[in-house]
Design a binder for this molecule. Structure first.
Ligand code: DLL
Length: 434
């Protein structure tokens, strides 16, 4: 099956927008008529059944939907069809409070796997590939999302799930795995395990990394590619929007292409909540255009990025979103300076003598915040030489200061002592409110 949907993915902008307008009108009307939550919200905003939507910019009359709305309506309050039409449920991990639930009709599942197939093909997957899915199987949308999308491409899927490093590597070698699906942090972990194992890289047939679910800086990507001998593509999505398949890298890797016939992206200012223009950095807001089970209007993703509508060198015309800087939740404010962990990661990975693993520890003393960055040394011998160690530490602090505009404290630790992650990395330890 050819999952590069050329007739859709290379449509001229005017035609994409015509499809979006028609589907936006449909979605607003559908939400108004099928969920109490949106009926109330749209009535209060004077939008009612969507007849007021004449052009795409009229979306501004629709109120935003937030994660709190999902929480307040947990578990099924945002659902737009009778339960008998629902065939699947997924949920976010919900580390804080109740998880966020997503439900799917048969048609939703079909469109979902189509969107993931698109992302996979854009990332280089073909029917000849053997792909190991090392996301945890379960309520998480990542594993089953990629699973069915990759099957649609015709690739052979190995539902490995996460954990048990030795077994992961054994499966890769024995089954001739050509592609790995994982979070970037788990891929990094596995790539280091390959380097450290008795089996050389030539025992593996790996050529692709289809990574997503957390930010992956270009520097981190390069490290994984070097260790594993793969081409890495990034893909993005979230439980509230159905999971992966919302956007993904093409071979050019100059922004992830949105599935614009199914999702309508906007960027808004984090300060004023007002819409921003092309190329401006702000919070991504997304409206689903075809979802039936749990449609979402103007969902505030909390992810910070920018959009471009310039056609891509790959031929695709769908909007591209830049790699996210991270979530507004993860942005640290230290002495009045905004810091995203991805900015720190980019600096650390590009420097010699230190590894790609780090932890950020935020503390407050006498009402003053400070940021400590723990980084692993590549070679423990350096710990023997105080002079060298101090020089390296200052070099990293200076580089960070020039990028962040903030004095940080760098602590160099023994190789392989910081925590490794099998899913999304948790690198921030905020001790300020303890
Ligand atoms: O992580 C869905 C997913 C699974 C996407 C597999 C891609 C691959 P959630 O667990 O609900 O869903 O987390 C969604 O993860 O708002 C972003 O902050 C972050 N995220 C997801 N993909 C990327 C990415 C899945 N490619 C949240 N780059 C989102 C950066 C990402 N952040």
């Amino acid at each position: 099956m050819n999952c590069f949907q050329k007739e859709i993915e290379t449509l001229p902008r005017k035609e994409i927008e015509a499809i979006q307008l028609e589907r936006l009108k449909w979605t607003v009307n559908y939400c108004y008529n099928n969920t109490e939550f949106y009926h109330k919200k749209l009535t209060e905003a004077g939008v009612f059944d969507g007849s007021k939507i004449k052009q795409l910019s009229d979306i501004q009359y629709i109120p935003y939907t937030t994660k709190d709305d999902f929480r307040d309506n947990y578990p099924f309050g945002m659902m737009a069809v009778p339960m008998k039409d629902i065939v699947r449920l997924h949920a976010s991990s919900g580390t804080t409070g109740k998880p966020t639930v997503g439900v799917y009709t048969k048609e939703d599942l079909d469109i979902w796997s189509d969107c993931v197939a698109r992302v996979a093909m854009a990332g280089g997957v073909t029917a000849d590939d053997i792909i190991q899915i090392s996301f945890g199987y379960g309520l998480f949308t990542g594993a089953l999302g990629l699973h069915y999308g990759l099957e649609k491409v015709g690739a052979m899927v190995i539902p490995a799930s996460s954990g048990n490093t030795e077994k992961q590597l054994m499966m890769m070698r024995d089954f001739g795995v050509t592609g790995l699906v994982a979070t970037p942090s788990y891929a990094l972990y596995l790539s280091e395990a390959i380097k450290d194992s008795a089996y050389p890289l030539s025992d593996y047939k790996l050529r692709l990394g289809i990574l997503g679910s957390e930010p992956c800086t270009p520097e981190m990507r390069e490290q994984i590619e070097k260790n594993m001998g793969v081409f890495v593509s990034d893909n993005y999505g979230m439980t509230e929007l159905g999971g992966p398949g919302v956007s993904g890298d093409c071979p050019v890797r100059d922004g992830m292409h949105f599935a614009e016939d199914h999702f309508l992206p906007e960027i808004i200012s984090r300060e004023t909540d007002e819409p921003l223009g092309e190329g401006e950095v702000g919070e991504l807001v997304v409206t689903t255009l075809t979802k039936k089970g749990m449609p979402v209007l103007r969902y505030r993703t909390k992810d910070v990025t920018k959009l471009t509508y310039e056609p891509c060198a790959c031929g695709r015309t769908h909007a591209r979103m830049s790699k996210t800087m991270g979530r507004t939740d993860d942005m640290l404010i230290i002495k009045g300076v905004n810091v995203f962990p991805t900015q720190i990661e980019s600096v650390l990975i590009s420097m010699d003598h230190i590894g790609p693993h780090y932890q950020l520890v935020v503390t407050r003393e006498n009402f003053k915040d400070s940021l400590e960055i723990k980084v692993e040394l590549v070679n423990a011998d350096l710990l023997e030489s105080y002079g060298e160690l101090d020089k390296l530490k200052r070099r990293i602090e200076d580089k960070l200061k020039s990028v962040l505009g903030l004095q940080t404290k760098v602590t160099l630790v023994q190789p392989k002592t910081l925590e490794r992650f099998q899913g999304k990395a948790k690198r921030i330890l905020d001790l300020r409110n303890q």
